[in-house]
Structures are given as structure tokens and as C-alpha cells.
Design a protein around this ligand. Structure first.
Ligand code: UD1
Ligand code: UDP
Length: 358
């Protein structure tokens, strides 16, 4: 089969890392980068350190309003999809790059395959929720990370083309965990000690675009009981500077602000952290895979199993809840298997192969 995969934002490069590898053993892949993320630390670093194939196209779309960014991606993708004429267009997750490719593919001949289908936060204010619902409803192949994601699709009337594959980010973590321990110098470089620091990431629009929420998060991190290591997404860095909140963290000896780090360093940091405070989707799962306690700065999550099993706690941007969660010493419960066995990429490639033989 000829499969045209579309990526554009940091988590999608990481998800494509195991999947591209599996696809290329059986199929021809054309890799398209929309250019949604373009900073070295949000894009090139992953292709370089993970030895990923260079994208065949970089559409160079860059930042913009949701409408402008999505529209620009659609126009440019439409030309590429018309020229390449793939059998399948494959998209990941829930970003604007995902939705743009889904809408273009749905109105052309290729089949549309969605990796991470069936996730729902049930918060329609969240741009990613719009992207994931619309993408699922345009898709021919829906690769769900869990039985509950498949059940959600069923409840929305999507009965065909659903495959429970497990989570491709689990595949990715399993591939790099030991290499990260051997090769990453990030703990030494920053004087961090295993189990003695808190890792933080914040970039979700609901937090960066609401200063009362961001202020509460900054207060929580500033008062954390252990050193905080915080790789700052450029979106968050801009808002922290513009709002005057930056010095509260930068001048605090307990907090280390740094540019976003590569995947090996991030996995090393997450593996060694005493706990992680985040509003990321992917980091909630990765924390679970790496046995790290997770505090999620959101009011709801689409990765509900991590909360239901007691490995993740939702604190929103509530100062008391953040403080309590940062200090909790309750032991973590036994760990069930939630999102497959780390063979999701193979399963996706195999399902597509079966389709190719039909
Ligand atoms: C996007 C996704 C989000 C995902 C996140 C992963 C959407 C709607 N959002 O959010 O789901 O969790 O990526 O990190 O698709 N910027 C830079 N350099 C870059 C890219 C962005 O400085 O390389 C800055 C720009 O000011 C830009 C802002 O970050 O306006 C937001 O970037 P954008 O890609 O629109 O959204 P993210 O917040 O990164
Ligand atoms: N990540 C990284 N470096 C960082 C922060 C995160 O490599 O400084 C990785 C992390 O391991 C995960 C992914 O980026 O695989 C999560 O991306 P992000 O939080 O930006 O997006 P989301 O998952 O919320 O869509």
C-alpha cells in the first residue's frame, strides 16, 4: 500500500516513531510534516535523535489562528494528496494537523486511518476535542488504544473499522527507556537526583490563555516541596513573560526553567522524577508506563483509566488541590495493563496489510 502519514506537532513525531518503522516494513510511506511546530526543540530534535526518516514534504504552515492554520494546511495537503494519490492517509491524535488532513482525505479517494481514535474529554471548549470527534467521524480505520475508546466509538454510532491496538506511545516508551537511562546526561547536567525532583510541563490553551489559572499553577510550582524542573513550551514562555509571571518562577531557587528537551532526555526526566505535574495528554500515559505519580492540571482527561486506577489525579488549576497533590505520600496502587502491550504499531501495519490484500 501507499500510505501518506501526516504529522505536525511534537507528540505526533513521537507517535510516528514506532509506527513509521512498522509501516515501512510492509508498505510505502510518504511522510508529510505540516510545519505546525517548527522550532528545533519542538520538531527537528525528534527526527535527529530517533533516527526517523526525514519528511518527504514540509508544508511550512507555521502558527496562526485555528481557522487560518487549519485552512492553510488543508490547501497545501490537498495538492500533495492529489499528486501522491495514496491508498491511505494516516493521522495521529487530535491537533489541527490531524483535522486538516482528515477533512482533505475524507473528500478525496484515500481511506482515512486515525491513530488514537475514540478518546474523549467531553469538554467541547477544548480545541482538541473538536479535532478528535470530527476526525473519528471521517475515518475508515479507527485505531483505538483501549476497549473503552472502542466502546465510545460504538456509542457514537461508529461500528465499522474499529481496531483496539493499544497505545503507540507505549511502544515508543518501551523502545527508548533503557537507551535514555544509558545515554541521557540530563540529570547530571542539571544536578538532579533520581526521585528527588518534580517534573513540570504546561501548554494547554485552557491554562495558558487564562491568567487566573496560570497564576494558580505558577504559585503551586513556586511552593512545591521539592525542586521543580520545568521545560517550558514556547507558547507558555510567551504568556509567562507577557503577564509578568515569569520572574516568580525564574527568581525562585527551587525552580529550573529550561527550553523544551528532546525525547530521550524527557523520558529520562520522567522516569527519574518523584512526580510529574502536567496538562499534557501524552505525559499522563507516559508517567503511568514509567511508574511515576502524575498530577494533571486539568478538570477532565480523555485518558480516564489513568485516573480511575489511582495513578493520576486531576487538580484543575485549584491552588489547594495542587498543594495537596504535590505533598501526597499515599502509596500508588498496583498497576494494571491499560493501553496494550507495546505492540500497537505492528498491529496497525498488519490491519492495513490485510486491507491491502483484499
Ligand atoms: C499544539 C496542539 C495541541 C498539542 C500541542 C503539542 C492544536 C490545536 N494544538 O498546541 O493539541 O498538545 O501542539 O505540543 O493543534 N510556537 C512556537 N514554536 C513552534 C510552534 C509553536 O513558538 O515551533 C508558539 C507560537 O506562538 C504559536 C503557539 O506556540 O502560536 C501555539 O502553537 P500551536 O501549534 O498553535 O499550538 P500548541 O499550543 O503548540
Ligand atoms: N516531550 C518532550 N520534551 C518535552 C516535553 C514533552 O519530548 O520537553 C514529549 C513527551 O515525552 C510526550 C510528548 O512530548 O511524548 C507530549 O507532547 P505535548 O505535551 O506537547 O502534547 P500532548 O501530548 O499534550 O498533545
Amino acid at each position: 500500500l501507499k500510505i501518506l502519514s501526516v504529522v505536525g506537532a511534537r507528540p505526533q513525531f513521537i507517535k510516528a516513531f514506532p509506527v513509521s518503522d512498522a509501516l515501512r516494513r510492509e508498505h510505502d510511506e510518504v511522510l508529510v510534516h505540516t510545519g505546525q511546530h517548527y522550532d528545533e526543540s519542538l520538531s527537528d530534535v525528534f527526527f535527529d535523535e530517533l533516527d526517523m526518516p526525514e519528511p518527504d514534504y514540509n508544508l511550512g504552515v507555521g502558527s496562526g489562528t485555528h481557522a487560518a492554520q487549519t485552512a492553510e494546511m488543508m490547501e497545501r495537503l490537498d495538492t500533495v494528496i492529489a499528486d501522491e494519490d495514496p491508498d491511505v492517509v494516516l493521522v495521529y491524535g487530535d491537533t489541527n494537523s490531524t483535522l486538516a488532513a482528515a477533512l482533505v482525505a475524507a473528500k478525496r479517494t484515500p481511506q482515512l486511518a486515525h491513530v488514537e481514535a475514540g478518546l474523549r474529554s467531553h469538554n467541547w471548549e477544548m480545541p482538541e476535542e473538536v479535532n478528535r470527534v470530527l476526525t473519528d467521524h471521517c475515518s475508515d480505520f479507527l485505531f483505538a488504544p483501549s476497549e473503552s475508546a472502542a466502546a465510545t466509538l460504538e456509542s457514537e454510532g461508529i461500528h465499522d473499522g474499529v481496531y483496539v491496538t493499544g497505545d503507540v506511545q507505549y511502544d515508543a516508551v518501551l523502545r527508548v527507556r533503557s537507551t535514555a537511562r544509558e545515554r541521557s546526561e540530563v540529570l547530571n547536567d542539571h544536578g538532579l537526583h533520581e526521585g528527588e525532583y518534580i517534573l513540570a510541563t504546561v501548554h494547554r490553551a485552557a491554562n495558558t490563555d487564562d491568567l487566573s489559572r496560570l497564576g494558580a499553577i505558577v504559585n503551586g510550582l513556586a511552593e512545591a516541596p521539592k525542586p521543580v524542573f520545568f521545560p517550558v513550551h514556547p507558547r507558555t514562555e510567551t504568556v509567562l513573560h507577557d503577564s509578568g509571571l515569569w520572574p516568580q518562577l525564574a527568581d525562585n531557587e527551587n525552580v529550573l526553567l529550561i527550553d523544551p528537551v528532546g525525547y530521550l532526555d524527557f523520558i529520562r526526566l520522567l522516569d527519574g522524577a518523584e512526580r510529574v505535574v502536567t496538562d499534557s495528554g501524552g505525559v499522563q500515559k507516559e508517567a503511568f508506563y514509567l511508574d511515576t505519580r502524575c498530577i494533571t492540571l486539568r478538570d477532565e482527561t480523555e485518558w480516564t483509566e489513568t485516573v480511575d486506577t489511582g495513578w493520576n489525579v486531576l487538580v484543575g488549576a485549584d491552588p489547594d488541590a495542587i498543594r495537596t497533590a504535590l505533598q501526597s505520600t499515599e502509596s500508588l496502587p498496583e498497576k494494571p495493563s491499560l493501553y496494550g502491550e507495546g505492540a500497537a504499531a505492528e498491529r496497525i501495519a498488519d490491519v492495513l496489510s490485510e486491507f491491502g490484500y483484499e
